[in-house]
Design a protein around this ligand. Structure first.
Ligand SMILES: *Cc1c(COP(=O)(O)O)cnc(C)c1O
Length: 212
């Protein structure tokens, strides 16, 4: 819908179905409707579901939650993408822990776009250094940026945050032309995100219902 309003092509935007807290049956139901990319936020819960759904071998799993050091090996060995890399230490660990037999892990740098103290994500000024490091990692492939801006119901403010991230993305792309993913937009702010250039929206509630 938002894509239509802003005259963007639907096939430029990937839908990531965020299945955290939801049972494997819900993932299978979405899979049967053609959904292939799923996002999870809690490592142990995700690893259990990935094992249960092993037979669905074309599912692409994205880790989108905060990464603790002691969980990075599980993330490196179970996921196809990690969207929440926000510091060098974690990038280093993921690179060294990615199993040799697997293709490189696709990485998005998470940016704290609305500068909230409590949220994860690096400061926009730190993107360049992190990107430079990730680029020289054999087992990581830099794909772009992700953000979870502060919640607001004011559309203009949502758009303003997303445009800031888009600006960071455009700047990064001049240096790394192969990056292709700007992950922004959730159930509450998806239209603002798409109008500001999102290429991947992460939708939980509007697909699977509210979480308890
Ligand atoms: C939970 C979550 C989402 C999905 O949020 P909804 O509001 O349910 O669509 C998207 N991105 C991240 C990083 C999340 O943790």
């Amino acid at each position: 819908m938002a894509a239509k309003n802003t005259q963007r092509n639907n096939n430029e935007i990937t839908l990531l179905a965020v299945s955290k807290t939801k049972p494997s049956e819900d993932i299978i139901a979405a899979y049967e409707h053609g959904q292939r990319e799923f996002g999870e936020s809690y490592v142990q819960e995700a690893v259990d579901k990935i094992a249960q759904l092993h037979a669905y071998s074309d599912i692409i799993w994205h880790f989108i939650g905060p990464i603790q050091s002691n969980k990075s090996a599980l993330v490196a060995s179970n996921f196809d993408w990690v969207q929440s890399v926000d510091r060098l230490k974690i990038a280093k660990r993921l690179d060294s822990q990615r199993p040799e037999v697997m293709p490189p892990l696709n990485v998005l740098i998470q940016v704290n776009i609305s500068a909230e103290e409590a949220k994860s994500g690096c400061h926009p000024d730190e993107i360049a250094e992190l990107a430079q490091f990730i680029e020289q990692c054999t087992h990581l492939t830099l794909r772009g940026l992700m953000a979870i801006p502060a919640k607001t119901a004011v559309t203009q403010v949502q758009v303003q945050y997303f445009e800031q991230l888009q600006t960071c993305f455009d700047k990064l792309k001049t240096q790394y032309p192969h990056i292709d993913t700007l992950s922004m937009g959730m159930s509450n702010d998806v239209e603002a995100a798409i109008s500001a250039g999102s290429t991947m929206v992460r939708i939980g509630t509007d697909i699977f219902g509210t979480r308890t």
